[in-house]
Design a protein around this ligand. Structure first.
Ligand code: B12
Ligand code: SF4
Length: 446
């Protein structure tokens, strides 16, 4: 068969004649693309070009998974607010599970249709699975909230969730990466649907959302993700370090073990997500809040605040202090967050995420770190006014200088190496007051 007569070559040229070809230089009509998304089941859609400044810090990760990306299609799928607001975790979890699956299914449908027309596309997961080999680092290539904001599908609320102007925050998000330029792109909204009512602040059981907008990633994750990722690691640790079933049961109630079974067998379950539940923002959501605020507060917010339930916190964390102060009727369960540094780099990357700002009250100190051995690093950590700052290299006069062999340090963090033994062997050395080291450790309970 002559090359031009080969069935594959002929078919490709046929498709190209119908208006679509695999030539990446041909633009895709944006209205047509959006209609395809809506017809496939999306509730809203927007388009973003990869080159815009809002995508700058995320571009490298996106291009790593799909180098030809030119256009990002942001997808919104509505959630049923009544399910999310329900005091039963099972009802709320079902909605999240379905919501995520639906947005992934919509993305798959669009990808299939575009693929048939010769357009190269990639649909990263809306949530899980994630690139777990990167744990405890950033495991997702595309930040759907950021893309949705750029696509004008909403703005980030006080609670750091995307609020759609009509549907409120009751949405799941997805993104499709496309190898073509589109004829037109969307722009961010010119207002933020967030009402600054701060109900999200008042309902979060672990105080992860501060009134000033501070977000404690680790306190949120420790409680909400009790049955996944770091919570799962903590469970494994509890199990293997128990000498018998009785000792295991002193750490895990039977209801907690079967909860883990449910997450593993049925799908991911959350312990809270209350910040999303109480948010009254969005044209189609605001009615009950505007019409009768008292009833809204009593029924939607109060029912979650009053609920008697287990709240998972790291001992000595701001989360633990918050539950004790604001929700004394809830049961504090002390656990580990499971985020163990796998390298000195990930130790420094994680410090801002793990920082417990209230535990640093009164501490104003500069720490220099020198790591040697397998990983050589010089860093400076400044803790001042309940804030943390990390710089490359050293400043001249630190309050404390820690010098350590990198492997020994990681073993110490994993509680597999005794600090005094490491100091005796001069694998870890401290120049400065040990009191400052203790204050440092208090800011990062594990
Ligand atoms: C990481 C993540 C989390 C983290 C951090 C949340 C955050 N504010 O960024 C945790 C575990 C705390 C979390 C919790 C929840 N999440 Co979440 N999460 C994500 C994820 C994977 C990426 C978020 C992101 O890109 N943030 C944007 C960057 C710019 O935020 P940032 O503040 O600069 O950085 C934060 C993260 O990078 C994170 N981080 C940095 N390094 C590491 C390392 C690890 C190991 C982890 C886990 C996180 C992490 O900490 C930083 C500080 O907050 C997305 C899915 C996706 N692929 O986009 C869903 C997503 C944002 N989550 C979602 C939801 C629904 C939730 C929860 C309600 C729980 C639930 N039921 O699923 C809570 C709400 C908490 C809150 N108020 O934010 C939805 C949001 C929908 C919406 N309306 O906005 C998303 C979009 C999933 C989806 N497809 O719909 N989530
Ligand atoms: S609950 Fe209120 S403050 Fe929090 S995100 Fe929603 S509108 Fe904004």
């Amino acid at each position: 068969v002559k090359f031009d007569e080969h069935p594959t070559v002929k078919r490709y040229r046929e498709i190209a004649r119908q208006g679509f070809s695999q030539k990446p230089e041909e633009k895709l009509d944006s209205e047509w693309l959006k209609k395809l998304a809506l017809d496939s089941g999306a509730d809203d859609v927007g388009l973003v070009d990869i080159d815009r400044s809002g995508m700058e810090i995320h571009r490298k990760d996106i291009l790593e998974v799909f180098p030809p990306t030119e256009t990002l299609m942001s997808l919104v799928r509505r959630l049923n607010p009544e399910n999310i607001r329900c005091v039963s975790r099972a009802v709320s979890d079902l909605e999240f599970l379905h919501g995520m699956r639906k947005v992934d299914a919509v993305a798959s449908k669009i990808v299939e249709d575009l693929g048939k027309k010769g357009v190269r596309v990639l649909n990263p997961p809306s949530g899980f699975p994630m690139e777990m080999a990167k744990w405890p680092g950033k495991m997702w290539p595309v930040p759907h909230k950021v893309v949705a904001v750029e696509a004008g599908l909403g703005a980030m609320g006080h609670h750091r969730l995307l609020i759609h102007p009509r549907f409120g925050n009751f949405v799941t998000l997805g993104t499709i990466l496309i190898d073509r330029v589109a004829t037109a792109y969307d722009r961010p909204l010119n207002f933020n649907p967030c009402l600054q009512c701060k109900l999200c602040v008042s309902v979060c059981p672990v105080g992860a959302i501060g009134p000033d907008g501070h977000f404690s990633f680790v306190n949120c994750m420790t409680h909400n993700y009790r049955d996944r990722m770091g919570g799962f690691l903590d469970w494994v640790k509890s199990m293997v370090s128990s000498k018998d079933f009785r000792s295991y049961r002193s750490k895990f109630k039977d209801s907690e073990t079967v909860s883990m079974w449910q997450t593993l067998s049925y799908g991911i379950c959350n312990k809270s997500s209350y910040c999303m539940a109480v948010c009254p923002a969005g044209e189609e959501m605001i009615g009950p809040f505007l019409d009768n605020r008292k009833t809204f507060l009593e029924t939607v917010v109060g029912s979650l605040q009053d609920k008697v339930e287990s709240i998972y916190v790291v001992p000595g964390s701001d989360g633990e202090a918050h539950v004790a102060k604001h929700f004394p009727h809830k049961n504090i369960r002390r656990i580990g967050h499971g985020l163990r540094a796998s390298s000195v780099k990930s130790f420094f990357d994680a410090l801002p995420l793990l920082f417990q700002r209230n535990q640093s009250e009164g501490l104003n100190a500069t720490y220099c770190f020198t790591f040697t051995g397998a990983e050589a690093f010089k860093k400076t950590v400044v803790i001042r006014d309940k804030k943390i700052e990390i710089q490359d290299g050293h400043i001249k006069t630190p309050d404390l200088h820690l010098l350590a062999d990198s492997k020994t340090w990681l073993n110490f963090l994993a509680k597999e190496e005794n600090l005094f033994w490491a100091m005796l062997r001069r694998k870890i050395r401290i120049r400065g007051s040990p009191r400052l080291m203790k204050s440092f450790a208090r800011c990062f309970p594990s």
